[in-house]
Design a protein around this ligand. Structure first.
Ligand SMILES: C[S@@+](CC[C@H](N)C(=O)[O-])C[C@H]1O[C@@H](n2cnc3c(N)ncnc32)[C@H](O)[C@@H]1O
Length: 262
């Protein structure tokens, strides 16, 4: 019999947290009046509230700014010379801000916006219209937004084709262990659920048809379906190569300086 230790299952995530908790956390999880799967999103939402409070004057910093390049939801991938925005203070982040409903930049002050694996974190019905309206407001005429999201179509095709196809989309280690999260998938549907939900973080997953539809619906008439490292604005080519296999790429060009957006 092999005595190799298998990685932990990716599910049941909260069950394992409860089981493995010690001390105060164990008591907290046991007696908490709400389930853990509602507690963690609530904690993030409270963090967002805090971020909105501490960043309410951030717009002053950019009051006279022009020609900005902005990376929204940059995580630890901020670049020099860019405004690197996130709700968490990762290395490289120079603007802590909740971008769901507002952006802290003046009208027509931005020449390029880059969002890699951020757009799927905002709500399809409530926040997407406001976010795109803000992008309209801050972009200069001929400004470009590059949106990169996980491609639901690739994942669903992979589900029907089998594990080998899924491995080509999402990097997996031995025993179907997730390269990013470490946990192990027991079934293909567990992996599909992680791509659609990522715990509680993903709000909506897109295929090209839906992404282009929603971007056009909210006022961007020039939507270009792109690929990895291909853009109408070469300055926005800061795509991460290891995300290419699972991603969908679009560029939106903002042509009309009088358009109201929504
Ligand atoms: C999946 S990570 C992507 C990070 C990076 N762009 C990358 O591709 O490696 C999503 C990022 O968006 C940030 N984020 C989520 N909601 C946000 C919000 N409302 N405003 C700003 N950033 C947000 C998260 O903190 C996280 O760093």
């Amino acid at each position: 019999m092999s005595n190799k230790i298998l990685p932990l299952d990716i599910y049941p995530r909260y069950g394992q947290r409860i089981q493995n908790a010690t001390g105060f956390k164990r008591l907290l999880y046991k007696w908490m009046p709400i389930p853990l799967h509602t507690y963690f999103p609530l904690r993030v939402e409270l963090r967002m509230l805090w971020v909105r409070l501490i960043s309410r004057h951030v717009y002053r910093r950019y009051m006279h700014a022009k020609n900005l390049l902005v990376n929204i939801g940059c995580g630890s991938k901020g670049k020099q010379g860019w405004v690197n925005v996130d709700i968490f203070k990762h290395p490289g982040v120079n603007c802590i801000y909740d971008c769901r409903k507002q952006l802290p930049f003046p009208d027509e002050s931005v020449r390029g916006i880059f969002c890699e694996h951020f757009f799927e974190h905002i709500d399809y019905t409530e926040e997407v219209p406001m976010f795109l309206s803000e992008c309209h407001r801050v972009l200069q005429p001929n400004g470009v937004i590059r949106i990169i999201v996980p491609d639901a179509e690739k994942y669903l095709k992979g589900y029907f084709e089998g594990w080998d196809a899924l491995k080509d989309i999402r990097p997996l280690k031995e025993n179907h262990q997730d390269f990013y999260f470490g946990g192990r998938y027991n079934t293909k549907m567990e992996l599909i659920n992680v791509s659609f939900r990522q715990g509680y973080q993903h709000r909506f997953l897109y295929d090209a048809e839906t992404l282009i539809f929603v971007l056009k619906r909210y006022g961007f008439s020039q939507v270009h379906h792109q690929g990895y490292n291909k853009s109408v604005m070469p300055e926005l080519l800061i795509d991460q190569v290891f995300k290419a296999s699972e991603s969908l790429y679009v560029d939106l060009v903002f042509r009309n300086s009088n358009a109201s957006g929504i």
